[in-house]
Ligand binder design. Structure first.
Ligand SMILES: Cc1cc2nc3c(=O)[nH]c(=O)nc-3n(C[C@H](O)[C@H](O)[C@H](O)COP(=O)(O)OP(=O)(O)OC[C@H]3O[C@@H](n4cnc5c(N)ncnc54)[C@H](O)[C@@H]3O)c2cc1C
Length: 471
């Protein structure tokens, strides 16, 4: 056991080897820092690969293909009644995930750092105790312990039983009917997935619209699509209770002053996640926790001078691109404290992988209004665009926000086919601080989905007098 004065074993020890922790380790070792990763998971790989982004997107793609095949007549095709085999759908997802996980496990076990398979808790700002009994001392720590599923809000849900997103990814058979609690990305993605597999889905969302971080026009486009696919969607509700009715599970909720009860074979709890901080003993390290999160500054520093945090344990946004950026920035700033990098939230991206997909970067109209930021906006619908008409992908639109004086693009939103891919044109435009005029003047091949951006860009350019410096 090291004495309190013994030199640190490592320049940096990273607690958690998910997206944030692994990205931090890569940056730290490239900067020649002596690095350790500590991860207490039974299976290495992190949330994104094992139970988050990758398995859900593998499943959603399967039902997208199914949905397309079932609508083959639109293009003059005459497919036989398209069937599916749920176990085969899950098996393909498992095979794809196994490959991603094995690759990450190999990266973790053979990387240029030491890996400790144990859970860590702080003894002081320079020392952690592992549950294997070992103590590790490091000059710096990066906490990247991720998030856990929030506790259910209705005590009786423990009696009725419910599925979490983890359980839904392990199902061996489909429930005939399902109540989805929540209206965030995980809720809407699973709701559409199950509905497309002929499960009768009821969604209950507290806010006036689903996906409340997006603008209302985007949420409404998805709400209509979900309702058109047979999902019963209740918004503006307050959950009241959960109970059993024979073999069925019931949820009662209030809406517009009335009490309603819905029932189904299963309930999917998709009301959100919270930082995974239990057991870290953050007090001993001098780290302040605010509203259940580890607050960090733009350099990814916590309130303890030698300790940084990255990923879901600190973020209000549970996105992998942000987790990896924070991990990289934390490690960079430990290695190069005199030339620190800052996290730039200007280019924060958000994508939901339903059909239509929703995507945004930069300011939404809601955010611009809340900030009192002057902006001009223009949008264009997919139901009037050549390529999307060919594809019969008619839901949604693209929207740009621009500065009314300079024309600089402040934000972009896309609700429609492959929105999660299309939005990256606006990421690049915003990173280069392009104006709407410059975006409109860029070549766009015809007929493509991407050329739809030129319409709102041209409209904005026509409405914003050209400054000589921004031409
Ligand atoms: C269903 C679902 C779908 C999602 N889809 C997307 C998507 O499409 N796109 C997107 O960007 N994001 C998506 N997310 C969110 C994304 O998965 C997370 O933002 C991201 O994986 C967080 O990475 P992380 O490194 O912070 O945490 P994690 O990957 O969870 O890693 C944390 C690690 O810390 C370890 N750990 C915890 N405590 C300790 C301790 N005390 N000691 C040692 N080790 C510890 C854990 O074992 C774990 O391996 C999704 C999430 C869910 C649940």
């Amino acid at each position: 056991m090291p004495s309190p004065k013994s030199p640190p074993d490592y320049d940096v020890a990273i607690i958690g080897g998910g997206s944030a922790g692994y990205a931090a380790a890569q940056t730290a070792t490239r900067a020649n820092l002596k690095t350790a990763i500590i991860d207490g998971a039974q299976e290495l790989g992190g949330l994104c690969i094992l139970r988050g982004c990758m398995p859900t997107k593998a499943l959603l793609y399967a039902t997208e293909v199914l949905h397309l095949a079932r609508r083959g007549q639109t293009w003059g095709l005459q497919p036989h009644k398209t069937q599916f085999d749920f176990n085969a759908v899950m098996a393909r997802k498992d095979a794809v995930i196994r490959e991603f996980a094995e690759f990450r496990q190999q990266q973790l076990t053979s990387g240029p750092f030491d890996l400790f398979r144990a859970s860590a808790r702080f003894l002081d700002p320079l020392t952690v105790q592992l549950d294997s009994g070992q103590q590790i001392r490091a000059a710096h720590f990066i906490i990247a312990t991720g998030s856990i599923i929030s506790k259910p809000p209705l005590p009786n849900l423990a009696l009725t039983g419910y599925l979490t997103s983890d359980d839904a990814l392990r199902l061996k058979g489909l429930p005939p009917s399902l109540i989805v609690l929540g209206g965030g990305p995980v809720a809407v993605e699973f709701a559409q997935f199950f509905a497309r597999l002929d499960v009768r889905v009821t969604m209950i969302q507290r806010s006036e619209h689903i996906l409340k971080s997006f603008d209302t026009d985007a949420a409404e486009a998805l709400e209509s699509a979900l309702r058109r696919e047979g999902i019963e969607l209740h918004t503006n509700t307050r959950l009241v209770d959960a109970s059993m009715h024979g073999a069925l599970k019931q949820i009662s909720f209030d809406q517009a002053g009335k009490r309603f009860t819905v029932e189904a074979d299963e309930i999917l709890l998709a009301l959100g996640r919270e930082p995974n901080l239990a057991g870290l003993n953050l007090n001993a390290a001098g780290i302040r926790v605010e509203q259940g999160r580890i607050p960090t500054d733009a350099q990814a520093r916590t309130t303890a001078p030698n300790i940084y945090a990255a990923g879901d344990c600190t973020n209000p946004y549970e996105f992998v691109h942000l987790a990896t950026t924070q991990g990289e920035i934390a490690a960079h700033n430990i290695a190069f404290p005199h030339s620190p990098r800052l996290i730039d939230y200007r280019l924060l991206l958000s994508v939901v992988f339903t059909e239509p997909q929703l995507a945004s970067v930069g300011l939404t109209e809601k955010q611009a209004r809340a900030l009192g930021r002057n902006y001009l906006t223009a949008s264009y619908p997919f139901n009037d665009h050549g390529k999307s008409i060919i594809m019969n992908s008619l839901d949604g639109s693209v929207k740009l926000l621009a500065d009314p004086i300079t024309g600089e693009i402040l934000g972009g939103a896309c609700t429609g086919p492959i929105a999660g891919d299309l939005i990256h044109e606006i990421v690049v435009a915003m990173a280069a601080r392009l104006t709407a005029h410059q975006l409109a003047a860029l070549p766009h091949f015809h007929p493509t989905l991407a050329e739809i951006w030129t319409y709102p860009a041209e409209e904005l350019a026509n409405n914003i007098p050209l400054l000589s410096s921004s031409s």
